[in-house]
Design a protein around this ligand. Structure first.
Ligand SMILES: O=C(O)CCC(=O)C(=O)O
Ligand SMILES: [Fe+2]
Length: 320
C-alpha cells in the first residue's frame, strides 16, 4: 500500500458532495496509514521557492553565527540545533541533521511564558530580514491550511467543525527548517531516527531529494517520494490519543543524505494551546470501546516528549 493523495481544494470545496467524498478519503487515510500527500493547498510554488532559498541562506552561515541563536540557550526550545543535538531513535546513531525552530513569539514576561516557560516565550530569530519575512509568510499560510484540515478531520469524525481548531488561540505550533548534510561515512545512514510526531498533525514540505520513509502496518518501510506541489501530512500522537487510537500516529524516519547531497525539509508541527484538555472525543468511544487513555493537557504531553529526545534537556533533568 502506498501513501494516499488528498486534494485540499476538494476538502474545502463549497460543493457538499465533492467535500463529503474527499473527507471520506481523508478519514480512511488517517485510519489506515496516518500519512497522506496533500495537494492544491494555499502554499504556492513561489512561497516554496522562497523557503528553499531561505533555508540554504540560513544553514550556509558559519557555525559561529548559527550558534548565536543556539537552541541550548532557549528554555522554550527555539532557535538553531546543530548536528547531533537531537536523537529521535534511542538505539541508533545521532540524527545527521541541523535544525531551526520557531513558534509564537511572546515576551518572557508574558503570563503564559511565566506559567509555562518551557513552551512559551521569545523566539531566537535569524538576523537576515529576507529569511525572517519568508518564515513568517510560510508560518501564516501553513497555519491557515492546518486549520482547514483540522476542520475537515473534525467533520470526518462527526464532531463540530471547530472541535479541534477552537483549541488554537495560544497554540504552540512549531515551524522547523531542517538541513540534512551529506553523511559523515557510508555506514552512518541515520538522518532522522524512527519516531512518531508528538502533536496533532504535521505538514511537511520537502525538496526533491527524498529520504523520508514511513512504516507501514505490515512492517515494511514505504518511501514518501517527493511530489512537486504536495505536502506530506501525518497524524501525531496527540491526535491518536484524542481519537482513541482510531487515527494512527505512524513511525517514520529519514535516511541520511549521500555524499555530496544536501536535503532540506520543513515540518510544521501543529500543536494546540498548552491547556487543551485532550480527552477521548465522544465519537470514538462507546460501551464496547471505552476510552483507553486518561485525559492529559496537550502541553504536558508535548513537553514530556521533548524531554525524552533532546540531549540538553536530558542533562537539565539530571542536574535538577
Ligand atoms: O525531514 C523529513 O522528511 C521528516 C522530518 C521529521 O519527521 C520530523 O522532523 O519530525
Ligand atoms: Fe517526524
Amino acid at each position: 500500500m502506498g501513501i494516499p493523495l488528498i486534494d485540499f481544494s476538494k476538502l474545502t470545496s463549497s460543493d457538499t458532495g465533492i467535500r463529503a467524498e474527499q473527507i471520506q478519503l481523508l478519514d480512511k487515510a488517517c485510519r489506515e496509514i496516518g500519512f497522506f500527500y496533500l495537494i492544491n493547498t494555499d502554499i504556492d510554488q513561489a512561497l516554496v521557492k522562497r523557503m528553499m532559498s531561505a533555508a540554504k541562506r540560513f544553514f550556509a552561515q558559519p557555525t559561529a553565527d548559527k550558534v548565536k541563536i543556539d537552541i541550548k540557550n532557549s528554555v522554550n526550545h527555539r532557535g538553531y540545533g546543530g548536528v547531533g543535538e537531537e536523537q529521535l531513535d534511542e538505539v541508533h546513531k545521532a540524527d545527521w541533521k541541523e535544525t531551526f525552530d520557531m513558534a509564537l513569539d511572546l515576551p518572557a514576561d508574558h503570563p503564559l511564558a511565566q506559567k509555562y516557560p518551557k513552551m512559551y516565550g521569545p523566539n531566537q530569530n535569524p538576523t537576515d530580514p529576507v529569511v525572517m519575512e519568508t518564515l513568517h509568510d510560510y508560518y501564516v499560510t501553513a497555519f491557515g491550511v492546518s486549520q482547514d484540515l483540522l476542520k475537515a478531520m473534525a467533520e470526518a469524525l462527526q464532531l463540530e467543525a471547530d472541535f479541534f481548531s477552537r483549541c488554537f488561540t495560544d497554540h504552540v505550533t512549531v515551524l522547523r527548517m531542517i538541513h540534512y548534510p551529506p553523511r559523515p561515512s557510508i555506514e552512518h545512514d541515520n538522518g532522522a531516527g524512527a519516531h512518531t510526531d508528538y502533536g496533532c498533525v504535521t505538514l511537511l514540505l520537502q525538496d526533491d531529494i527524498g529520504g523520508l520513509e514511513v512504516k507501514h502496518r505490515n512492517g515494511e518501510w514505504v518511501q514518501a517520494t517527493p511530489m512537486e506541489g504536495a505536502l506530506v501530512v501525518n497524524i501525531g500522537d496527540l491526535m491518536q490519543r484524542w481519537t482513541n487510537d482510531e487515527y494512527v500516529s505512524t513511525a517514520h524516519r529519514v535516511r541520511a543524505s549521500e555524499t555530496g547531497v544536501h536535503r532540506y525539509s520543513f515540518p510544521f508541527f501543529v500543536e494546540p494551546d498548552y491547556e487543551t484538555n485532550v480527552a477521548c472525543v465522544p465519537t470514538c468511544q462507546s460501551s464496547t470501546s471505552p476510552a483507553k487513555y486518561a485525559p492529559i493537557l496537550s502541553g504536558d504531553w508535548i513537553q514530556s516528549r521533548f524531554d525524552a529526545t533532546y540531549a540538553y534537556r536530558d542533562a537539565e533533568k539530571v542536574d535538577t
